[in-house]
Design a protein around this ligand. Structure first.
Ligand SMILES: [Zn+2]
Length: 441
């Protein structure tokens, strides 16, 4: 009762506060640079402005008020332009990671939400530092990814454009469930549609509505089991065809895409039949399913790096035994899916499935791993720039082209000859502004 009264009091306060908020709506948030007019002239060595076009030697870029206005050779620097001499380096578009989670501290610890969010700001700075200008967050607790998106969009913290899914939709005991408490300690309030947990089509509908209400811009469903979760198998089906259908229907009614986590062929088919927009991981994808995806324009988000890293370095990474065991179970299937996706010419996005813990893996590792297992450097750059931008619905990103956002990443070496040049990021320019080294690692 007491809680009800204070809630009413809060509502009354808000009723007075709202007009005041509107009265102040010309105020800028700290760090927002929207009103600052600026021109930047960038001189590159090799300029890979668009992964699908030939590179330009000694290429130059003009960025005005955050947007590219010219790309080419022998451009003249506009009067008063800020000059960025990156002629020792290759310039590429900002990278885009189609599948991330958000680092909030050491694995197995459950920090308070404020602490989680503060730590996550470091992960966002690390992403920019790695040359990442956009990312899709496919499952994170407590709406931390939505909060980050808002803080980045208002200019409060540096970070990539984020497309957040909020909570991934999962069954209790499924790939979204990281708690192995005994049943007498089961926190009933935790396993709710608001937190992404479903037991029925009605729950599935509610779970989509709750994620959207609190700011999700994509919906993630865990159609199969996974690798890092303690309780399940990657070969299990976890949501019913009816639940998948409801999820896709509700998300599409809100013009939001659906990404389905699939580590086995039956759940790939279930997700495809429901009409999802992207298959994540896609282990054990076969030619029939690939043909269906090609016909329907469905994306596959490849995530080779995480599984490969787990099977090659799992012990050194101090991963529990079940993680390396399950990674070994799916690795050949992921490789098979990748090779079929490549040879079929599917739409492929690059996803690291990493949390951007400072110093750890990023989409650069995914791009390099895709080259290691059969993509050309040009293909892999396309996956991690233009294709991911298209899947994320970010038309202003993915290439350095007139009208797009003025983002440029300078790397040492030529990534088209040696993709490991991506590990040597020497400058990151976002909306025409060089990111200060303090925001880089
Ligand atoms: Zn993931």
């Amino acid at each position: 009762m007491k809680r009800g009264i204070s809630f009413l009091a809060l509502l009354a306060l808000l009723a007075f506060a709202v007009p005041a908020l509107f009265a102040q709506d010309t105020d800028q948030m700290p760090g927002a640079a929207a009103s600052k007019s600026s021109t930047t002239f960038v001189r590159c060595g090799k300029l890979i402005a668009d992964a699908d076009q030939p590179a330009i030697d000694s290429g130059e870029i003009i960025i005005v008020d955050g947007k590219v206005t010219a790309v080419g050779r022998d451009l003249s620097a506009p009067a008063g332009a800020q000059q960025q001499d990156l002629s020792k380096y290759s310039c590429i578009p900002g990278l885009i990671d189609a599948h991330i989670h958000i680092w909030t501290g050491p694995r197995g610890q459950y920090p308070s939400l404020p602490l989680a969010a503060i730590r996550a700001t470091k992960a966002m700075a690390y992403a920019v530092d790695s040359g990442v200008v956009a990312a899709r967050s496919l499952g994170s607790g407590g709406f931390v990814d939505v909060a980050l998106m808002n803080a980045i969009e208002e200019g409060t913290i540096p970070g990539p454009h984020l497309v957040p899914a909020a909570h991934a939709i999962s069954i209790p005991g499924g790939h979204g469930d990281f708690y192995d408490f005994p049943p007498d300690l089961t926190p009933e309030n935790y396993y709710t549609p608001e937190n992404g947990f479903i037991n029925s089509p009605a729950d599935a509908e509610a779970a989509v509505h709750w994620q959207l209400k609190y700011g999700a811009r994509v919906i993630k469903v865990l159609a199969s089991g996974g690798v890092l979760s303690p309780l399940d198998s990657p070969f299990s089906d976890q949501v019913s065809p009816e639940e998948l259908q409801v999820i896709v229907e509700q998300a599409h009614m809100a013009h939001v895409k659906v990404a389905a986590h699939d580590e086995n062929l039956p759940t790939i088919w279930a997700a495809l039949r429901a009409g999802v927009d992207s298959i994540e991981h896609g282990a054990f994808l076969d030619q029939d399913a690939a043909n269906y995806m090609k016909q329907h324009g469905t994306y596959i988000t490849e995530t080779l790096y995480i599984a490969n890293n787990l099977i090659e370095n799992g012990a050194r990474l101090h991963m529990p035994d079940y993680v390396t065991r399950k990674a070994n179970q799916i690795w050949q299937g992921e490789l098979q899916g990748f090779k079929i996706a490549l040879s079929t010419g599917l739409k492929i996005a690059a996803g690291s499935d990493q949390s951007y813990e400072p110093g750890k893996g990023t989409v650069r590792d995914e791009i390099m791993t895709e080259v290691r297992f059969g993509a050309t450097p040009q293909q892999a750059l396309h996956f991690g720039t233009k294709a991911s931008a298209d899947l994320l619905g970010l038309d202003n990103l993915g290439a350095i082209a007139v009208g797009k956002e003025g983002d440029v990443v300078a790397v040492e070496g030529d990534p088209l000859q040696d993709i490991h040049a991506l590990e040597r990021v020497r400058a990151v320019i976002v909306k025409g502004q060089p990111m200060p080294p303090a925001n880089r690692y």
